[in-house]
Write a new protein. Structure first.
Length: 151
């Protein structure tokens, strides 16, 4: 990924802010993401022998819901800010970007917070409506106790 590298010698010659817009893919989430439409916008400059990088990761990830298995788009807009020593010849931003993305993803991919998931008997998506299956109400030995809590 050469395009996500910053060369400090080039920054020193410019003596100004260098801005970049690059596409970005994260290998660690390729298995769970059907499509990654991400771009990175960042600027880099040198101040007091430090390279300062500010920017953002923007775009959408197409993910599969962990309950109903439907695909949905997750919007991504994450700020990225990091500081590196200016004595490095090149700075590879790919690790920093990958970590920022992974740490900000939800633990469980859900199309919506109140997703009903799939019926355990017939497999119908319960977000689209009831399936008509008779669901087991539990052990009959606990019915008397259940009646007490209903009162």
């Amino acid at each position: 990924m050469d395009k996500l590298k910053i060369y400090t010698a080039r920054l020193r010659k410019l003596e100004s802010i260098e801005q970049f817009i690059e596409s970005f893919r994260c290998r660690e989430i390729e298995e769970s993401s059907k499509n990654q439409n991400l771009s990175v916008r960042y600027s880099a400059y040198i101040v007091d022998e430090q390279v300062i990088v500010n920017g953002s990761i923007q775009g959408t990830l197409e993910l599969e819901c962990g309950r109903c298995l439907e695909n949905y788009a997750l919007p991504v807009d994450l700020p990225v800010s990091c500081v590196y020593p200016a004595d490095l010849e090149e700075i590879d931003l790919s690790d920093e970007l990958r970590q920022t993305l992974i740490l900000n993803l939800p633990n469980k991919y859900l199309c919506k917070d109140d997703c009903h998931g799939l019926c355990p008997k017939c497999g119908k998506n319960l977000n689209l409506g009831a399936c008509g299956c008779l669901h087991d109400t539990g052990d009959v030995r606990w019915e008397k106790l259940r009646d007490i809590f209903k009162k």
